[in-house]
Structures are given as structure tokens and as C-alpha cells.
Design a protein around this ligand. Structure first.
Ligand code: PLP
Length: 509
């Protein structure tokens, strides 16, 4: 295959490659006094002086706000141009491992914006919100089928909040059994996502790091050495963040349970095993699901997403309250009971995410859901085997939905080259960089997750781009070291950006 040629200017914007974005006009700099995007009829909506006077004087502003004054067409062009500077999954390949950016079918957006659903007021009485409650109930049932657990809450707004909810339930359970504060250690493998130890610590547990073995999986000897009557549980991602399935999972679950602890499943990688294996069958007691990774919802970035939590019968009494219940006369929001850890999110969580995930699962059905995981794993292994002669694979062997390679071979060709330089050069080929430097246990990590939604042409294009960059490292390393060349912003001062961030237009000028 002919290696793709990087475009001379990948960005179809008003900015040239010579004009750093910092010099391009902001919306404030586009201000033309008197220009207006819309004109509001003044007379019909005159605000009475009496009403204005009713606002306490100290709370009334004395100067007009410094809002940009821009004509409508200029606003439209400004934001359209800005939006085109962003890389998006709808624009091109986005092989971020762990964070998973995959195509979300537009039908899911349509469903969540449906006029019979979207305008529903969250305080609508149950009797008038039967459709929404049914959707929540059905999605919970789908998730129970997929994971093997007994009960589900859809309240958490992100995977990270799901972790917090799950760990709070483990804590409440141990408290009930009279095992706290003694049983206060949570084991977390060193390959874990940073949210795992952070969550355990936020819930008041002591975090005990378990090293990975040479095969990238949990080091069983280290696990055994750290189990004790202080073990409250383990937080495990399976497949782990290297994309490797923990083959000792049944033994791990037996050992942790025998020690008196519970197993928390970080479900970020559920998209690798759906329809093939169920976390509850592996012995887990509680898990969260990142709907943005496995089902079609935008990534909440810890915020307005959805991180359902699934539990066994043992932890069911501790679920957040209320939860949807099906009765003979329909659906209702029922109090979970006195053991509940309480409400963790307003109303029923982010309903627009719930509808998207429900729509996605309805569209795929049981057979399609299994195929999603099969294809995600096939695509990852295709990339891995096509690239393994060019890039060093961090932990060899068949992977699940993602894999980790590194830049050691390219660094050997030119010592100025590392994972960051390769990622910057990839942008010149119109491809979003892969996840870099995670997991921490793989030096110079490049974590790649193609997802099931990409076709072979896209994967082949990525392979050709990575091979072309490798050739550049040997034949023309300067072009790699000085990349990106086609982006509106060239190499940024990353340390300066982190240490001295300029977040406000006015404060910087
Ligand atoms: C393995 C793993 N666990 C947990 C999280 C946290 O999930 P969220 O970003 O939805 O809060 C992530 C991030 O996407 C992750 O990759």
C-alpha cells in the first residue's frame, strides 16, 4: 500500500499554518461597537423601573457587561471555523485507548432529543412519566443481562462517579458487618486507571498497590502477600488497561473473597467482552459501566455522562435511592430502603444519556451486542499484528479491544524521538493521537483502541501512516521532531501550559 502523504494544510480554516492560533481573532477581538447577532424587540418587553428597583442596589451592576458585539454571520463563521479546528470522531480516526472515542449512531441522538422525551420535566409525577421510567427500567434489565448482576442504578453521571458509588456501597456493607475501621485496605493493581486509587482514597480506604507480572497481568504472588484480615476489597479492570484479559480472575476472586474482601469491577473495558463473558460470573460484587465507551453516549469527562453501577443481591440494599420499580400498575420511583447510601445525582441521572444507551442496545440486540465486542477485539488484534514488526509491543500476546506499543525502536533511530513526537507527527496525517504515557507501567506507552466502528480501509490507512512515520524517523527525523506542521498550533510549551495556564482572555492581556 502507498503510504499516505501528510496534507500540506490539514485545516480548512481561515488561519494559515503561519498564523499561530494565539494571533487569530477571538470573539472579543471581532467586536464592532453596535454590531448585533439578534435584535430583541425592545418595546414589548420593557422592564419596569419598579421591578429594577426591587433588586438591592449593591446587587445591581453599574457598568454594562463587556460582551462581544458581533454580527450574526460573523458569529456563525467564527464558531464554525473554531469547530473545524477540533478533531472529532465524526471527522477522522480517533484511536484513543482507554478513553474510547467511537462513532455514536445519530439515531441515538435523535431518540434522546425526541419531543415526547426531551421536554419532560424531572418533577413530573410517576403516573405521567411512565415512558421515561420504562426506558430506565428496560436499560437496567439490559445491563443486568450483559453483566450478570442482580440490580442496577443509573444515577451516577460518569464512570468515576460510578466508582465512588460502588466503593461507598462496599464501605456501607463492611460498616454494617462491623468490620470497619479495621478492614480498610483496597488493593489496586499498578496498571489501574488513576480514578481507581483516587476513589478508594476518597472513600477513606488505604490504597495498596499490587504490581503487575512480566505478562502484564496481576502478579499473583504479590496479591497473595498483600491479602489479610485488613483487605476490604480489590478494584480490577478486566481486560486490564494493557488490553490483556486477567486469566487468573477466578483464582483472584476466590482469594479475595476468602480473605473477606469484595471485588470491584472497573467496567471501562466492558466493550471487549460483552456477550462473551460476564463480570458477575467472574466473581465480582459490584461494577460501573462507562456508557461512553461501551454504548453510544458522549464522554462526560467526569461530568454529564452516565456511569451505571451494577451489584449482586448482597449489595442491592445499599444502592442509591430512589430506583425504578415495575409494579402491576406500571413503573414507579421507589425508596431503596434505610441501608441505601442515598441520592448521588439529581432526579434519575442524566436521562438524555440513558435514552441514548437504551436506543443503542435496542438497535443492536443481544446478537449485535456480542458482535460489537468481537469486532472491537478483531480490529485491535489486526492493528497489533500489522504494526508489531515496526513498533515494539509493550506486552506481547493476543489482546482484547486495545493494545499498548512504545517508541523504543524509533528512539533508537534518533534519540530526539519519543512517544510525544510520534503523536505530534501523526496529527499531520489527519489522525488524532493515540493515548500517550498510559498506563504508567509501560514506558513511552502508545495505547491504541480502534473500536468496532472502524472499517478495514481506516485501519489500513492508520497502519500506513504509522509505518510512514517510522520511515521518517530513519530517513528524515527532523520532520518528526519538529511536528506538527499542518496544525494551526505548532508544538506547544506543555510545561508552561501546565504550570502557567492562561485560562481567561482578559487576564492574559
Ligand atoms: C479504566 C478506566 N476507568 C475509569 C475511568 C473513568 O471514567 P469516566 O471518564 O467516565 O469518569 C476511565 C476513563 O475513561 C478509564 O479508562
Amino acid at each position: 500500500m502507498t503510504p499516505p502523504t501528510p496534507p500540506t494544510n490539514a485545516c480548512d480554516t481561515t488561519m494559515t499554518t503561519d498564523a499561530p492560533a494565539a494571533l487569530s481573532p477571538t470573539i472579543f477581538e471581532r467586536t464592532r461597537p453596535g454590531a448585533r447577532g439578534v435584535r430583541i424587540p425592545q418595546d414589548n418587553h420593557a422592564i419596569s423601573q419598579d421591578w429594577l428597583n426591587s433588586i438591592p442596589a449593591q446587587m445591581r451592576r453599574t457598568d454594562a457587561p463587556q460582551l462581544p458585539e458581533v454580527a450574526q454571520l460573523d458569529i456563525v463563521r467564527h464558531y464554525l471555523n473554531l469547530s473545524q479546528l477540533n478533531h472529532a470522531i465524526d471527522k477522522a480516526f480517533y484511536p484513543l485507548g482507554s478513553c474510547t472515542m467511537k462513532y455514536n449512531p445519530k439515531v441515538c441522538d435523535l431518540a434522546s432529543a425526541h419531543p415526547n422525551l426531551a421536554p419532560l420535566h424531572p418533577r413530573t409525577p410517576d403516573a405521567l412519566a411512565q415512558g421515561s421510567l420504562q426506558i430506565i427500567h428496560e436499560l437496567q434489565q439490559f445491563l443486568r443481562d450483559i453483566t450478570g448482576f442482580d440490580a442496577v442504578t443509573l444515577q451516577p453521571a460518569a464512570g468515576a462517579q460510578g466508582e465512588f458509588v460502588g466503593m461507598m456501597m462496599i464501605k456501607a456493607y463492611l460498616q454494617d458487618k462491623g468490620e470497619l475501621p479495621h478492614r480498610n485496605q483496597i488493593l489496586v493493581p499498578d496498571a489501574a486507571h488513576g480514578t481507581n486509587p483516587a476513589t478508594a482514597a476518597m472513600c477513606g480506604f488505604e490504597v495498596v498497590e499490587i504490581p503487575s507480572g512480566l505478562d502484564g497481568c496481576v502478579d499473583m504472588a504479590a496479591l497473595k502477600a498483600n491479602l489479610s484480615d485488613k483487605t476490604a476489597g480489590i478494584m480490577l479492570t478486566n481486560p486490564n488497561t494493557l488490553g490483556l484479559f486477567e486469566t487468573d480472575i477466578l483464582e483472584i476472586s476466590r482469594l479475595v473473597h476468602e480473605a473477606g474482601g469484595l471485588l470491584y469491577y472497573d467496567g471501562a473495558n466492558l466493550n471487549a467482552i460483552m456477550g462473551h463473558a460476564r463480570p458477575a460470573d467472574m466473581g465480582f460484587d459490584v461494577m460501573h459501566i462507562n456508557t461512553h465507551k461501551t454504548f453510544a453516549t458522549p464522554h462526560g469527562g467526569g461530568g454529564p455522562g452516565c456511569g451505571p453501577v451494577c451489584v449482586t443481591e448482597t449489595l442491592k440494599p445499599y444502592l442509591p435511592s430512589p430506583n425504578v420499580e415495575k409494579t402491576d400498575s406500571g413503573y414507579r420511583l421507589a425508596d431503596v430502603g434505610e441501608k441505601s447510601i442515598g441520592r448521588v445525582k439529581a432526579f434519575n441521572g442524566n436521562m438524555d444519556m440513558v435514552v441514548r444507551a437504551w436506543m443503542y442496545l435496542l438497535a443492536y440486540g443481544a446478537v449485535g451486542t456480542k458482535q460489537i465486542s468481537t469486532d472491537a477485539v478483531l480490529n485491535a488484534n489486526y492493528l497489533r499484528t500489522q504494526l508489531r514488526d515496526t513498533y515494539e509491543i509493550a506486552f506481547t500476546g493476543v489482546c482484547k479491544h486495545e493494545f499498548v506499543m512504545n517508541s523504543h525502536n524509533q528512539h533508537a533511530a534518533d534519540s530526539r524521538i519519543n512517544t510525544l513526537t510520534l503523536a505530534k507527527r501523526l496529527m499531520d496525517y489527519g489522525i488524532h493521537p493515540m493515548t500517550m504515557y498510559f498506563p504508567l507501567i509501560a514506558p513511552e506507552a502508545m495505547m491504541i483502541e480502534p473500536t468496532e466502528t472502524e472499517n478495514k480501509d481506516t485501519l489500513d490507512n492508520f497502519i500506513a501512516a504509522m509505518k510512514a512515520i517510522d520511515a521518517e524517523c530513519r530517513n528524515n527525523p527532523d520532520i518528526v521532531v519538529t511536528a506538527p506542521h499542518t496544525m494551526p498550533i505548532k508544538k506547544v510549551d506543555e510545561v508552561g501550559a501546565a504550570r502557567k495556564p492562561e485560562l481567561n482572555f482578559y487576564c492574559c492581556r
